[in-house]
Ligand binder design. Sequence first.
Ligand SMILES: Nc1nc2c(ncn2[C@@H]2O[C@H](COP(=O)(O)OP(=O)(O)OP(=O)(O)O)[C@@H](O)[C@H]2O)c(=O)[nH]1
Ligand SMILES: [Mg+2]
Ligand SMILES: [Zn+2]
Length: 436
Amino acid sequence: MSLVALLKMLGLGAVAIVLGLEGLDWLLALHLWPRRGSRQPLKEVLFFPSPAACVEHLYNPLRVHSCLCPLPHGLNTSFTRLLEHLLSACVSLDLCLFSFSNTELSRAVLLLHSRGVRVRVLTDRVYMAITGSQIGILLKAGICVRQELAITMHMHHKFALLDGRKLITGSLNWTMTAVQSNKENVIVTEEPELVRPYEDEFNKLWEANDPFLYKMASVSDPRQTQVQKDAADQNFDYMFKLLIIGNSSVGKTSFLFRYADDSFTSAFVSTVGIDFKVKTVYRNEKRIKLQIWDTAGQERYRTITTAYYRGAMGFLLMYDITNQESFYAVQDWATQIKTYSWDNAQVILVGNKCDLEDDRLVATEDGQRLANELGFQFFEASAKDNINVKQVFERLVDIICDKMNESMDGQPSPLANHKGPSLEDTPTNSQNGCSC
Ligand SMILES: Nc1nc2c(ncn2[C@@H]2O[C@H](COP(=O)(O)OP(=O)(O)OP(=O)(O)O)[C@@H](O)[C@H]2O)c(=O)[nH]1
Ligand SMILES: [Mg+2]
Ligand SMILES: [Zn+2]
């Protein structure tokens, strides 16, 4: 072959290669490869009910073929899509929900938490306590949960924010029924203009429902400004977190209202979850702010209420002198204190309703004997007739102060901080080191 022919061939070959590569590039750019910068934000709509299907492969991708459960496998349903989106969170998950009883969604949230994703849950005050609610389980795992504290308002929001950029929202409640039997819808989007307002709303609600700053009275109540001031006032030497516990209807709420507001009502409105009031007292020229938590006595709220025991310095363990059962339960409550609070917590046993002498079923001596056995101080009292209410709180403050002085004589105590105790001992919603 002549040199000219060879050069021609090489030239033609080079042109062919260049054209081929360009064509390939064009193909990839236009048809196969999404162009940089032109990627559309995610928009997906899911409708429910979702057919029942196994979701195990989302947790264990390698075991997709070995799962023996009776559900159909390999189905792509609206629920599996929802779970896939949820499990895609890497940094943070903010949930704002009315009700949360779906165990599969709860499993996903717990998994994210265990992977180190920062999970925050805002939920409805009443619904967090219903049977089947997953909130107690999340709390136990150390997830930060806040409840809508406004008594007159329900948390009806239903949205999830993932990594601050993906929004899942719609009519769907996070319940089994909603997923399996209701006509519901969910939108999943990464459209920043839609995501941002939800993020703002979440942060606003998160702050507003910080239990420490919660204002208890209604806006129209003239006493509110004082309560509000008391709650937010940082000018104190010490802060004591106290809890009132005991069976339902023994008079815990009445006792607190008598002490904090000097009021009493004979109507019984059983407490839902937990609430607190603030009162400032003076002891040895020190200003002591009492943060007094009133817990629900009903068994179904137990997981929530025990989460608040941590960091409590004092307990009023209350029974009703006209109710034997409430007295028999004292031992159990004492065990709860031992299990969930710290060792130095001081306890006063209170036999309430001593105004009802004619209906008395628990003798004073029995109360005193039990208190001695348990190592607690003992009072009989009446929220109704205002007997020993102030005295009980004063005694509790005194014995906490004594304990503090004792520990100051030895090692410096975390409570004896003259700048005011740190907020480490103020309420968090969990037992396991959540620092929200
Ligand atoms: N006679 C009398 N009745 C009282 C006294 N304290 C409370 N009561 C009444 O007992 C009932 C229950 O009182 P609450 O204070 O709501 O009981 P609780 O312990 O907070 O109950 P839960 O919130 O369900 O745990 C109400 O009807 C009160 O009016 C008291 O000292 N004497
Ligand atoms: Mg109550
Ligand atoms: Zn399966």
